[in-house]
Design a protein around this ligand. Structure first.
Ligand SMILES: CC(C)(COP(=O)(O)OP(=O)(O)OC[C@H]1O[C@@H](n2cnc3c(N)ncnc32)[C@H](O)[C@@H]1OP(=O)(O)O)[C@@H](O)C(=O)NCCC(=O)NCCS
Length: 286
C-alpha cells in the first residue's frame, strides 16, 4: 500500500489566482469538470488555502463570504495519493479559523461528509445535479403582461433584492461577477421584475444558475429560455433536492447525475421570500 506522508510534512499557504491551473489539474484528478477559468472565478471571489508537499500542490480548500454573518465552503480537494492522512481535516481547520464567527454552508460529497460531520456540520437538505446534451426545447410561452429581457449591471440592485429574498444572503459581489462572465435574463410581470437566471460557461459546457423565481412555473420559463436554441449543447443545472423541475429537465436531456448533501455549521440564513432559489450558482458557491 502506498505510504501516506504525515500531515506535518505539509505546508499551508493562501490560495492565489496563479494556483488556478494546478487547481484545475487537481480537480480533474478527483473527477470534477472545473476548468482553469472556473478556478480563477472562484479564487477571485473568495479566500482559501492550498496544501503543498514536496513542492507539489496536493490540496485546496476555499470559502466565499456572504455578508458578515455567513460563508460557503467548497473546492475541498486532497490529491488521491495524499488522501486519508489528515490533510483534509487540517485544511478544514484552517478555514474554520479564517471564517470564525460566521455560519458556514457547504454541499458535501459522500467522501467529504464524514469529515464535515466530525467538524460540527449537520445536514439540512441536498442538491441534485442534472446535466446532459439538451434536446430541442421550445421557447417558453409568456402570458400577457410577461416579458423576458436581458439583465445587465444596471439591474444589480434588482438581482440582489430578489436573490436576498430567495437565500437570505448578501451575494452582491458574486452576482456582479456572474454578470461579468455570463448572460442574464430578467422575468417581468406587469413591468415588475419577479425573477432572473444566469447562464455561463462552466465545466464541460454551460451552467444555468442561479435561477431565482417565485414559483416553479416561472423558474421553468427562466430555464427554458436558455435551453431553447441550444439543442445538442452540454448544459448543467444544480437543483435543490425535492425540486419539481427534475423530471422536466430529464425530459429535455438533462438527466440526474448525482446528489450531494447540503450541510450547515451554525445558523441557516432566513430567506424572507417570496422569491426562491430554484437552481444554484454551482455546488461550491451555493
Ligand atoms: C474529502 C477529502 C477532502 C478528505 O480529505 P482527506 O485528507 O482524505 O481526509 P482526512 O484524512 O483529513 O480525514 C478527515 C476525517 O474524516 C474521516 N474519514 C475520512 N473518510 C471517511 C470515511 N469514508 N468514513 C468515515 N470517516 C472518514 C477521517 O477518519 C478523518 O477523521 P479524524 O480526523 O477524526 O480521524 C478527500 O477525500 C477528497 O479530496 N475527496 C475527493 C474530493 C471531494 O469529494 N471533496 C469533498 C468535497 S465536499
Amino acid at each position: 500500500m502506498a505510504e501516506v506522508a504525515a500531515p506535518e510534512a505539509l505546508t499551508l499557504r493562501a490560495i492565489g489566482i496563479g494556483d488556478a491551473a494546478l487547481g484545475a489539474e487537481l480537480s480533474r484528478r478527483v473527477g470534477w469538470p472545473y476548468r482553469r477559468e472556473d478556478w480563477e472565478f472562484a479564487i477571485g471571489l473568495g479566500h482559501g488555502v492550498v496544501g503543498v508537499r514536496d513542492g507539489k500542490l496536493v490540496a485546496t480548500a476555499l470559502w466565499w463570504p456572504y455578508g458578515d454573518s455567513h460563508a460557503t465552503l467548497g473546492m475541498v480537494i486532497v490529491a488521491p495519493e495524499a488522501q486519508g492522512g489528515g490533510i483534509g481535516r487540517r485544511l478544514m481547520q484552517a478555514l474554520l479559523v479564517q471564517t470564525e464567527g460566521r455560519s458556514l454552508m457547504l454541499n458535501a460529497t459522500a467522501a467529504g461528509e464524514p469529515l464535515y460531520t466530525r467538524l460540527g456540520f449537520r445536514p439540512h437538505g441536498g442538491v441534485r445535479q442534472h446535466h446532459g446534451n439538451v434536446y430541442s426545447v421550445a421557447a417558453p410561452d409568456l402570458a400577457a403582461g410577461e416579458q423576458l429581457r436581458p439583465g445587465n449591471t444596471a439591474d444589480l440592485p434588482i438581482l440582489e433584492h430578489l436573490d436576498r429574498a430567495a437565500t437570505g444572503l448578501e451575494r452582491g459581489p458574486t452576482l456582479a461577477a456572474l454578470l461579468g462572465c455570463g448572460e442574464c435574463l430578467v422575468l417581468e410581470r406587469a413591468g415588475q421584475p419577479i425573477g432572473f437566471s444566469i447562464l455561463r460557461a462552466f465545466g464541460r459546457g454551460h451552467v444555468i444558475g442561479p435561477v431565482v423565481a417565485t414559483d416553479e412555473a416561472d423558474a421553468r420559463t427562466l430555464i427554458a429560455c436558455w435551453l431553447h436554441g441550444r439543442a445538442g449543447q452540454f448544459i448543467r443545472v444544480d437543483l435543490p433536492l425535492g425540486s419539481g423541475l427534475g423530471d422536466w429537465l430529464a425530459q429535455h436531456g438533462l438527466a440526474p447525475a448525482g446528489d450531494v448533501v447540503a450541510m450547515v455549521r451554525g445558523d441557516l440564513p432566513a430567506a424572507p421570500g417570496p422569491a426562491r432559489l430554484h437552481a444554484l450558482i454551482n455546488q461550491a458557491l451555493g
